[in-house]
Design a protein around this ligand. Structure first.
Ligand SMILES: Nc1nc2c(ncn2[C@@H]2O[C@H](COP(=O)(O)OP(=O)(O)OP(=O)(O)O)[C@@H](O)[C@H]2O)c(=O)[nH]1
Ligand SMILES: [Mg+2]
Length: 225
C-alpha cells in the first residue's frame, strides 16, 4: 500500500487512558446494569454516535418529529460543556437531559446511569442518546443501549470510514448524511457504503439529508420502529 515507514504504537506504549483495561471493564459492568434497567422498564435506548457536525442532532430531531406520535420519547445529549443540542431537541416537545462530559471525548455508562435517574422510565418507550461528536472513543464505551447508530457525512471527505473502522463494527445502522452535498464534495456515497459493508456486513446503511428529512423514514425502518 505504501512505501512510507510507519511509526507504530506497540502494546504497552499506548498511554491513552481509554485503553486502561480496568476502566473499560468497570464501564461495561455499569453498561450491563443500565441495559437491565432499561429492559425492566421496556425502554428501547439508541446510542447515536458519529463525527462532529455530521448531523446527529438533526437526525434525532427528524426521528423525534416522525415518531413522537407513536412513542413517548426522551433524549440524552452528551457534550463537553454546552446545552445547545439539548435545547434543539427539547423544542420538539420531548424530555431532554443534557450530560456534560467536561473534558471527556465520549459518554460513558456511569454518566448515562446518572442521567437515567433523572427520568421516569415507566413513562418512556424510546430513548435517544446523542454521544459526543467523535468517531474513535465512543466505540470502546458501551452505554447500555440496545442499538447503535453511527452518523457520518459526505463533507468529512471520502476516507472517514476506512480511517475509523472500529466504530462501524458494532453499529446496527450507519447513516451517510448530507447526501445533497455529495456532488459538490466529489464524494461517492456508493464507495462509503461499500467501505462500511466491508467492515460490518450486517449493518444497515442509509444515505440521508437530515436537513430536508429525505430517507429518514428508511432509518426508522432500519431500526424496526
Ligand atoms: N446540507 C446539509 N446540511 C445538514 C444536513 N444535516 C445536517 N446539516 C447541517 O449540518 C450542521 C451540523 O448538524 P448537527 O445536526 O448539529 O450535527 P451534529 O453531528 O449533531 O454536531 P455535533 O453534535 O456538534 O457533533 C448543521 O448546520 C445542520 O443544519 C444535511 O443532510 N445536509
Ligand atoms: Mg449534535
Amino acid at each position: 500500500m505504501t512505501d512510507l515507514k510507519v511509526v507504530k504504537a506497540e502494546e504497552g506504549e499506548i498511554f491513552d487512558i481509554e485503553l486502561d483495561e480496568n476502566l473499560l471493564k468497570a464501564n461495561e459492568e455499569i453498561a450491563n446494569e443500565n441495559m437491565e434497567l432499561l429492559k425492566k422498564h421496556n425502554v428501547l435506548a439508541i446510542d447515536v454516535m458519529g463525527a462532529t457536525g455530521s448531523g446527529k442532532t438533526s437526525l434525532i430531531e427528524k426521528l423525534v418529529e416522525s415518531l413522537k406520535g407513536k412513542y413517548t420519547i426522551a433524549a440524552f445529549k452528551g457534550d463537553l460543556t454546552t446545552t445547545i443540542d439539548a435545547e434543539r431537541i427539547k423544542k420538539h416537545g420531548v424530555v431532554v437531559v443534557p450530560i456534560s462530559t467536561g473534558k471527556e471525548c465520549h459518554l460513558d455508562a456511569n454518566l448515562v446511569r446518572k442521567a437515567l435517574q433523572r427520568i421516569d422510565l415507566e413513562k418512556i418507550d424510546l430513548l435517544f442518546i446523542e454521544n459526543v461528536g467523535n468517531l474513535i472513543c465512543p466505540s470502546d464505551f458501551p452505554l447500555g443501549s440496545e442499538k447503535r447508530i453511527v452518523v457520518i457525512s459526505v463533507t468529512e471527505g471520502p476516507y472517514m470510514v476506512i480511517k475509523h473502522p472500529f466504530i462501524f463494527a458494532d453499529a446496527d445502522v450507519a447513516v451517510i448524511n448530507k447526501k445533497d452535498l455529495a456532488q459538490p464534495m466529489n464524494v461517492s456515497i456508493k464507495k462509503l457504503e461499500q467501505d462500511i459493508y466491508e467492515i460490518n456486513p450486517n449493518v444497515k446503511v442509509v444515505a440521508t439529508n437530515c436537513r430536508s428529512g429525505e430517507n429518514v423514514s428508511q432509518v426508522i425502518q432500519a431500526l424496526n420502529l
